[in-house]
Write a protein that binds this ligand. Structure first.
Ligand code: HEC
Length: 172
């Protein structure tokens, strides 16, 4: 064998080796998804805590202008209120599944009280009512061009849901 053909052979071998490792990589790419938890990154409980906090932060941010109308601090702007109410209704649905048992870890990670898990049926009911009241508010706001009693009652129901649940299930 000449030197050149040796190089050709080893290049061919290298090419074959690369091909094998590349396709092994392709198949391997499917594997981690089948496993329960990724090796790195936050645990499912930590993710659940992060998601529910993020959802509540966005819910509060979007409910603020509605609360201001309710308190007479701001004028009723139907287009904006409908947009906000629709967001709160959608965001409330993101709370589903964000209170797994193993996320009952207390301060400083979470302000969720242990009662959430000892009175799970009541807590779940409050979440569900909150979601229903938020959806109702969005529908009512879409029909009301002023801060009518119908709008105010629907907004109050949502606001009372925040307070009622916080009093029972959220640490100060
Ligand atoms: C069914 C119960 C429930 C309802 C309804 C509810 N909350 Fe909460 N909220 C909680 C709990 C529990 C926490 C604590 C979350 C944690 O730290 O794990 C929380 C946390 C928060 C936080 C803090 C988020 C953070 O980053 O720590 C804000 C702000 C908030 N809620 C606002 C609201 C507003 C505004 C409403 C109504 C429009 C509302 N919540 C409705 C139970 C509720």
């Amino acid at each position: 064998m000449t030197c050149v053909s040796k190089v050709t052979v080893s290049l061919k071998l290298l090419g074959a080796a690369l091909l094998v490792s590349a396709s092994a990589g392709l198949f391997a790419a499917d594997e981690p998804a089948k496993q329960a938890a990724p090796a790195a990154g936050p645990s499912p409980a930590k993710q659940a805590i992060a998601v529910r906090k993020a959802a509540f932060t966005l819910i509060a941010n979007n409910f603020k202008p509605i609360g201001e109308v309710l308190q007479g601090k701001a004028a009723y702007n139907q287009a904006d209120i409908v947009k906000r109410a629709e967001r709160v209704a959608f965001l409330s649905l993101l709370l589903d599944g964000t209170f797994p048992e193993d996320s009952n870890v207390g301060a400083p990670e979470t302000k969720s009280k242990p009662e959430i898990w000892t009175k799970k049926a009541d807590f779940d009911k409050q979440i569900k009512e909150f979601q229903e009241n938020a959806a109702a508010l969005a529908q009512i706001a879409a029909k009301e061009s002023t801060a009518s009693d119908a709008f105010k009652n629907a907004a109050k129901a949502v606001a009372e849901g925040c307070k009622g649940c916080h009093d029972a299930y959220k640490a100060k």
